[in-house]
Design a protein around this ligand. Structure first.
Ligand SMILES: NC(=O)c1ccc[n+]([C@@H]2O[C@H](COP(=O)([O-])OP(=O)(O)OC[C@H]3O[C@@H](n4cnc5c(N)ncnc54)[C@H](O)[C@@H]3O)[C@@H](O)[C@H]2O)c1
Length: 365
């Protein structure tokens, strides 16, 4: 019992509950304590999952419980404070996505980990999705030749502004698994059928009251291109399609010898397909996609693998989905706004200005 990795969960809402359930289902891990500013939320999850140690102040919890890992599952505006407080105490963190409300906060979080040596990982759990892991192996083995295009596919069912903050970093994180770090972004955002302007900037809750409080957003449709090292192109669309499309959500890889398609939702035991030809071909050939065998990828859930990766990261080695990778995934999203504001031109990454592009645009008109 004493050798278990002890996890403290901060934020006992929908996702906090999921963290508790995942950790309680893992060998070698236990939930050591819970924290929420709402006594009601604490009592509900604490009673249901029989966790007696409950706190309303995360710093007090860190000092009294000294967990091995802090899982930060507050809404995005509430990530930076608890993450930095944990990292400064040498406690490793699995923080929910997107990493932060703006790049300045993301920088503070990554820096706090670097300064203390504690590890930060961002729970874009598709990072360790079996299809993504297998596709990386197959690409490394040369199955599809040279990768020339990485296409991120959105889940839809939201206006692009909200989708950027809700699902966007999951998609950009999956793209980053195949495209290294991007060197530039060119983005375009539409509102009400025209190019979006500063008058279209609003709070996420104003755009969609059912979504979370994730800061400033803008627009309904957006697209972006990215340049990865060596001339590999990235492309992503957020098209305000009215229905959620789980089957669309993932990445497509176009290679010189063949193609791979990973879908992040649905049955994770079978979510990778291979097309044994490159771009050319008639629509009639589209029946030749092949389901790929993922049975050697293990049965543990991607979030459980995120915990294991974090707990097992050796000194000096970043965990899977590290704070830096999470910041890149978020930076790819912020860059769309920055590029759009500059007339859709290519903006260099990382962005020089770390403030939220919509905050500065709104302030300057
Ligand atoms: N990785 C995924 O697939 C996935 C899925 C869903 C949500 N999320 C992310 O999880 C996060 C939480 O989303 P949610 O839907 O669970 O939100 P939620 O509103 O249901 O829960 C947040 C909880 O945090 C508590 N809280 C707020 N400030 C706090 C503080 N300072 N200290 C302690 N507790 C505090 C609130 O009282 C609330 O109970 C978001 O960042 C969201 O994007 C990730």
């Amino acid at each position: 019992m004493g050798d278990k990795i002890r996890v403290a969960v901060i934020g006992c809402g929908g996702m906090g509950r999921h963290h508790v359930e995942v950790v309680q289902g893992m060998d070698g891990f236990e939930v050591a304590a819970l924290c929420d500013v709402s006594a009601e939320a604490l009592e509900k999850i604490g009673d249901q999952h029989q966790i007696p140690a409950r706190y309303e102040d995360c710093e007090k919890m860190f000092d009294e419980v000294s967990p091995d890992i802090a899982a930060v599952a507050t809404q995005t505006r509430g990530h930076c404070g608890p993450v930095v407080a944990a990292l400064r105490r040498g406690i490793s963190v699995l923080c929910e996505k997107p990493i932060a409300i703006d790049l300045a906060e993301a920088d503070q979080m990554v820096e706090a980990g670097r300064a203390s040596g504690a590890r930060l990982a961002i729970n874009q759990q598709n990072h360790l999705n079996p299809g993504i892991r297998k596709a990386r192996e197959l690409v490394a083995q040369g199955l599809i030749g040279e990768v020339v295009l990485v296409r991120g596919r959105n889940k839809a069912g939201r206006k692009s502004g909200n989708e950027f903050m809700e699902m966007g970093t999951h998609v950009t994180d999956m793209m980053l698994r195949f495209g290294s770090m991007p060197q530039w972004c060119a983005g375009t955002v539409y509102a009400q059928g025209r190019l979006a302007g500063p008058q279209d900037i609003m709070e996420a809750k104003e755009m969609s009251p059912r979504d979370r409080d994730s800061g400033l957003v803008m627009g309904e449709r957006a697209l972006a291109h990215y340049g990865f090292a060596g001339g590999v192109l990235g492309e992503i669309h957020f098209i305000d399609y009215p229905k959620t499309m789980g089957a669309n959500y993932g990445v497509d890889l176009l290679g010189t010898e063949g193609q791979l398609a990973v879908r992040a939702s649905g049955h994770v035991g079978q979510n990778l397909w291979y097309l044994p030809r490159p771009m050319e071909g008639q629509p009639a050939d589209l029946g030749d996609w092949q389901a790929m065998d993922l049975s050697d990828m293990g049965a543990e859930s991607p979030i459980a693998l995120m915990y294991r990766g974090l707990a097992e990261a050796a000194a000096g080695v970043e965990p899977p989905g590290s704070g830096e990778e999470g910041r890149w995934a978020f930076e790819m999203i912020m860059a769309i706004y920055q590029s759009h504001r500059e007339g859709g031109r290519r903006v260099e990454l990382p962005l020089a200005d770390r403030r939220h592009p919509l905050e500065t645009w709104r302030a300057q008109g």
